[in-house]
Structure formats: C-alpha cells, structure tokens
Design a binder for this molecule. Structure first.
Ligand code: HEM
Ligand code: HEM
Length: 180
C-alpha cells in the first residue's frame, strides 16, 4: 500500500491508530454494557467481561505507540485555520482523549489485579498473577473511578464526534478529511 502524503493528512500510522483504537474503545463499551444480557456465572458472561478487559489492554499498549507517532509527525493545520478562540478547546479535548487512552485501561487493570490477584486470559483457565497483594477496598475505589470516567467520556467522545460533524458539514473545512 502506498503511503499517502502526510502534508495534507495525518500520517498513515496516526490515521490507522485513530480508527482502530476508536473501534476497540467502542467495542469495549459495547461488551461491558451488554454483560447484563447474560446470566451471572455463565461462560458467555465471563467471556464478554474478560474480552472487555483485553480490548482495553490492547488500547493501552497501542496508546504508547500512538503517542510516539504523534511526537514524530505534527499533523497538518486545518484549512481554513480555526478561529483563535476555538483552538484551546480543540487542544484541551485532544489532551483529554489521549489521557483517557492511558488512564481508563490502567484503572480497569488495577481494579482487576487488586480485586482478584490476577488477570484472567479469556477462553483458558490461565491468568497473569498480580505483582502485589489483593486489596478489595482499593479495588472498589478504582472501579468507581473507572466507571465514572467511562461515563464522563460518553460525553467527551460524543462531543468529539459532534465537533467532527460540525467541521465537516457546517464549517466545511478539511478537519475530517485529514483523518480519513
Ligand atoms: C478503553 C478502555 C476501557 C473502557 C472505555 C472501559 C469502560 C468501562 C465502562 C464504561 C464500565 C462500566 C460499565 C457500566 O456502566 O456498567 C467498565 C467497567 C469495568 N471495566 Fe472497563 N473499560 C476499559 C478498559 C478496562 C480494562 C483494561 C479493564 C481490566 C483489565 C477493565 C475492567 C473493568 C471492570 C472490572 C469493570 C466493572 C465490571 C463489572 O462491574 O462487572 N476495563 N469499563
Ligand atoms: C467515530 C468517532 C470519531 C470521529 C468521527 C473522530 C474524528 C476525529 C477527527 C476528524 C480528528 C482530527 C481533529 C483535528 O485534527 O482537529 C480526530 C482527532 C483525534 N481523535 Fe477522534 N474521532 C472519533 C473517535 C475517537 C475516539 C473514540 C477517540 C479516543 C477516545 C478519539 C481520539 C482522538 C484524538 C486523541 C485526536 C487528536 C489527534 C491529534 O491531533 O493528535 N477519537 N478525531
């Protein structure tokens, strides 16, 4: 596959990371929200919940490579340039989204490790042991934070998508075209 020009768009890798990770995040949400469809204790529910864990872990691993790629390639500017007042809002929301890619999976991971003492591997009886002792209280606090952040980011991600639609259809600039 040829590498498209990076002068008008995000780099190929940046675009790949963006869309693959967006897909994984949406899937992580769908999986955890659909767990109530399956009876407690069933294999299917266990699989759904554990797949949620691993979707999140893949997001966490990819986040490091994504940030490295972002540091290597500064994305091209928006044409026509964004009004000065809107720039801090765009920058802030992007920082928040990047932070989410690390903080949310880490909160989930520490919740599981502190609660169960190990991270289960789906479809096997294997698990990765925690390098520290179980602490149910801390696990509970981290889980609350994980659920809270997950809820807040419905809105942050929602706003991000609405902003993309606004750029494309109302402002008619190249914001979305740079990311596809
Ligand atoms: C992109 C990453 C992730 C997102 C967006 C995410 C999102 C969420 C959300 C929204 C909930 C609450 C669901 C509800 O309202 O009932 C949740 C629950 C949970 N998540 Fe995650 N999560 C992510 C990664 C992880 C990871 C990596 C782990 C563990 C390795 C994890 C472990 C958990 C646990 C233990 C719960 C509570 C499940 C339960 O009550 O049965 N999450 N997650
Ligand atoms: C399907 C929904 C989505 C659409 C339509 C979308 C669209 C876009 C567009 C057009 C940009 C370029 C914005 C600009 O340069 O000003 C962008 C950037 C970005 N998106 Fe999304 N996005 C979506 C989902 C997500 C999700 C789920 C996340 C992660 C939680 C995410 C994280 C980011 C980040 C961090 C940037 C900044 C990239 C940078 O400048 O380094 N996006 N998105």
């Amino acid at each position: 596959m040829s590498t498209p020009s990076t002068t008008e768009r995000y780099s190929y890798k940046a675009r790949w990371f963006h869309w693959v990770m967006a897909g994984l995040i949406v899937l992580a949400y769908i999986l955890i929200l659909s767990r109530s469809q399956f009876a407690k204790g069933t294999d299917l529910r266990t699989l759904v919940v554990q797949t949620h864990f691993w979707m999140g872990i893949v997001v966490l691993i990819m986040a490091f490579f994504r940030v490295a790629e972002r540091r290597r390639h500064t994305p091209p500017g928006i044409t026509p340039p964004l009004e000065r007042v809107l720039r801090p809002a765009a920058t802030l929301s992007h920082y928040a989204l990047y932070a989410f890619l690390f903080v949310q999976p880490l909160l989930g991971l520490f919740t599981v490790l502190l609660e169960r003492g190990a991270l289960p591997i789906p479809l096997t009886s294997l698990s990765i042991p925690a390098p520290f002792d179980i602490s149910k209280d801390t696990a509970e606090n981290l889980e609350h934070l994980h659920v809270l952040l997950g809820t807040i980011f419905y809105y942050v991600i929602g706003l991000h998508v609405v902003a993309a639609i606004w750029h494309h259809f109302v402002r008619k600039d190249n914001t979305v075209r740079r990311m596809v």
